[in-house]
Every structure is written in C-alpha cells, then in structure tokens.
Design a binder for this molecule. Structure first.
Ligand code: 5GP
Length: 201
C-alpha cells in the first residue's frame, strides 16, 4: 500500500497510527540523502545515505523507484519491500506522488492512497506547526500545487481531518482490497481442487 500526500498532508502521522492499530502493515524503510532530523533514527525512519551511496544503489538496480524531492534524493530499496512481503505483511510505503505512480506502474496490484488535508489553512498550519522555515513552507505549498493535480490517478482518496478516522479509513481500504477476487484466486483454486478430488455425497 502506497500512501502519498502533499508535504504536511500527514503521511508520517497516519503511518505511525496505522501500524499501531493494524498489525498487518509493516513500514518499508526508504533511503534518503537528506540530513537526519532531530529524533530520527537510521534504519527506522530512513536509511540515511550519502549521494555516492545513493548513486551506487541506483546504478545497481537496487531501488524500486527514486525521486528528487526538495533537493534531496529519496528511493525505495527493492529489498525493503520484499522483506515485508516475505513476512506475509503489507508493505506500507509513504512516498512522494511521483514515486507512488512509478510503483503502480511496476506493481499494478499496489494500492495507492492519496491523503488530502481538509483545507489549505490546515495544511499551512501543519507545515508551520512542525517548524518548517517560512521559505520552506512556500516551496512545499508550490510543490503541493502540482502534486494535487495528479490525485485523480490514485486508487483512493482519504481526507486527513481527524486522525483516527483517516487511519480507520485506510485500514478499511486494506480490508476491501484483501477481499478482491483477483487477490484470492489461489484459495478458489485450492478449494476447486479439493472438490474435484473428493466425492462429497
Ligand atoms: P521528508 O524529507 O519530509 O521526510 O520527505 C520528503 C518527501 O519524500 C515526502 O513526500 C516523502 O514521503 C517522500 N519520500 C520518502 N521516501 C521516499 C522514497 O523512497 N521515494 C519517493 N519517491 N519519495 C519518498
């Protein structure tokens, strides 16, 4: 499941709350060349890498997708996603809009969710509230303008007004998606095989 939003849209907060609420999800850690912020931990929030290390990962085909966001490189290691899938859990990716579209192209079965703040005032408040410098707020609002234009290409839209509600809605999307027939054909096939082997009556 891929969650995108304009910067300040609440991806990180929704992600943490969702992982607490619903143990099916596991965060697939991405890598970045941006400096660590206070309170962030390497390997938990991001793999913090140098520009050289990032270029090497890209060159070696180890990134599922990558993007240049606000002057820093970000990328999803293929391994992060495969590790989570291997544990039978849902990889939760909170990446930028371009990255989400790349993932959907490579993995059409990925579910993309666009988180939208209830209104512009709330978005500005959230950006200021997390201590972004005024010039950064303007840059991020400018980026939001183009990010919002592609919201219609996402599978689902969730308005992130009240956090618990938004989180429940994302979990509900996962509930629905896991019941899609196309994701459960193995179960139908297995049942069909049992039926054809056994004379029940
Ligand atoms: P921040 O620096 O605020 O943590 O993240 C900036 C933006 O980069 C956010 O929109 C975040 O979701 C996005 N991002 C984080 N990791 C990745 C990644 O691996 N790929 C892409 N495409 N975007 C990412």
């Amino acid at each position: 499941m891929v969650i995108s939003a304009p910067s300040g849209g609440g991806k990180t907060v929704v992600r943490s709350a969702l992982m607490k609420l619903d143990k099916r999800f596991a965060f697939s850690v991405t890598c970045t060349t941006r400096p660590k912020r206070p309170g962030e931990a390497d390997g938990k929030d991001y793999y913090f890498v140098t520009a050289e290390q990032f270029a090497k990962l890209r060159k070696e085909g180890k990134l599922l997708e990558w993007a240049l966001v606000h002057g820093n490189y970000y990328g999803t290691p293929v391994k992060s996603v495969l590790d989570v899938l291997g544990k039978g859990r849902i990889p939760l990716m909170t990446i930028d809009v371009k990255g989400a579209r790349s993932v959907k192209k490579i993995f059409p079965e990925a579910v993309t969710v666009f988180l939208l703040p209830p209104d512009l005032k709330t978005l500005v408040q959230r950006l200021r509230g997390r201590g972004e410098a005024p010039e950064n707020v303007s840059v991020r609002l400018e980026t939001a303008r183009s990010e919002i234009k592609v919201a219609s290409s996402f599978d689902y839209l969730v308005i992130n007004d009240k956090l618990p509600e938004a989180v429940r809605e994302v979990a509900a999307i996962a509930d629905l998606e896991t019941h899609k027939t196309g994701r459960n054909l193995e179960k139908v096939k297995a049942f069909g095989e049992q039926l054809s082997k056994k004379r029940v009556f």
